[in-house]
Design a protein around this ligand. Structure first.
Ligand SMILES: Nc1ncnc2c1ncn2[C@@H]1O[C@H](COP(=O)(O)OP(=O)(O)OP(=O)(O)O)[C@@H](O)[C@H]1O
Length: 234
């Protein structure tokens, strides 16, 4: 389980996380949902160990972030910034050398599923294909926790629902957990077990999605309107 207790993070005058407490359960798919600038990416970066909290505690399976906890976490890499000059195949080799839990067969299946050309340079790919390479690089690790920050961004609307379902049916291993941030709420809803609603750096509501919907007798989008004050576009 991943827990954050009263986590705060400030960037200059901006309080990105403001006493945020959450739990991400094992073997479940959890959606971290919120408006622009509410702290979703910051939360994922804190869990990935790329940012440190100013205050509060984070525990990954009971341990503070460390080299060994980082091995349990696959974070959708910023490939556009990290290695634009690499080909798709170079990026796969690079990740394979870096991570002991790399699954070569799954990487090959994903290259085929996404119809990626291994010899193409990342910087020359379309935005959608770059998004697919990012997903490929995260999903090809047998990491316990997969952190997916806006994985559908740039992927066309027709491909999104198929992709998200394939992700769960064909590429997720038993016991793996996903924490996903997205604005594509309707596309992702069918795969979500749990939801965390984040507002101004705090969790406004969290729980099992089906139980929340039943308790409130509302759809996910209606719950979001309630939590975020009637704002439709999240
Ligand atoms: N490196 C940084 N330096 C300065 N401010 C930052 C930095 N990273 C994030 N912020 C600010 O912290 C706040 C939270 O940002 P964050 O990226 O976590 O939000 P988000 O919920 O992921 O937003 P979006 O949905 O727009 O991607 C925002 O006001 C953002 O401008």
């Amino acid at each position: 389980m991943i827990t954050i207790d009263q986590g705060s993070k400030r960037f200059g005058s901006i309080q990105a996380l403001d006493g945020l407490s959450l739990q991400v359960e094992e073997g479940r798919i959890t959606g971290l949902l919120g408006l622009n600038g509410s702290g979703k990416s910051t939360t994922l970066k804190v869990i990935a160990g790329l940012l440190h909290l100013d205050q509060g505690e984070i525990r990954i399976d009971g341990e503070p972030p460390s080299i060994s906890s980082k091995q349990k976490i696959a974070y959708l890499p910023e490939i556009d910034v990290l290695y634009p000059w690499m080909t798709v195949s170079d990026a796969v080799t690079y990740m394979k050398d870096f991570y002991a839990d790399w699954d070569d067969q799954k990487a090959a299946r994903l290259v085929e599923y996404f119809q990626l050309s291994p010899a193409r340079k990342i910087r020359d790919l379309s935005k959608g294909s770059r998004a697919k390479v990012k997903l490929l690089l995260a999903l090809s690790r047998r990491a316990k926790y997969l952190l997916l920050d806006e994985p559908l961004s740039g992927i066309d609307v027709l491909a999104r629902e198929d992709l998200i379902q394939a992700l769960v049916d064909d590429f997720l291993e038993e016991g793996q957990s996903i924490l996903i941030t997205t604005h594509e709420v309707k596309e992702v809803e069918p795969i979500l077990d749990d939801v965390l609603f984040i507002r101004a750096g705090k969790i406004a509501l969290q729980g099992n999605l089906e139980q929340l919907k039943a308790a409130k007798n509302l759809s996910l989008v209606e719950i979001m309107k309630e939590v975020f004050g009637g704002v439709h576009h999240v």
